[in-house]
Write a protein that binds this ligand. Structure first.
Ligand code: AMP
Length: 112
């Protein structure tokens, strides 16, 4: 069964798209946890970072560089955070790898 992110990639359900290329799509998170909260999602279905293969290294690097590019474009000059939740204890709710890009406020540490 397709994940919600595959449905967004395939335009079966709407999303606020921030960026897209042949490797990934970036959308606004529907439940923003910060003034700016985007997701960067590979088009290839990798369920979670724990399932990534050595051959995915180019995709994984690309996701980070796109996250950085979006952070700069969105003027997150004061700082930002990139997060990957993995598995039930990691807070993963959608089994399709995605980076969270959060910014626009002072983020606390450690996370909950
Ligand atoms: P995670 O809990 O790390 O798996 O993150 C999943 C994220 O996807 C959550 O922050 C949700 O708010 C977000 N999300 C779920 N459905 C949608 C959607 N249709 N459009 C945008 N973001 C979504």
């Amino acid at each position: 069964m397709a994940t919600i992110f595959e449905k967004i990639i395939n335009r079966e359900i709407p999303a606020e798209i921030i960026y897209e290329d042949e490797v990934c799509i970036s959308i606004k998170d529907i439940q923003a946890q910060a003034p700016f909260h985007a997701l960067i999602i590979p088009k290839k279905l990798i369920s979670r970072i724990a399932e990534a293969k050595d051959t995915d290294s180019q995709i994984l690097g690309h996701l980070l560089l796109i996250a950085k590019k979006i952070a700069i474009e969105k003027n997150l000059d004061e700082g930002f955070r990139i997060v990957i939740n993995n598995g039930p204890n990691g807070g993963e709710s959608v089994p399709h790898l995605h980076l969270h890009l959060l910014g626009g406020r002072k983020l606390t540490w450690p996370p909950g």
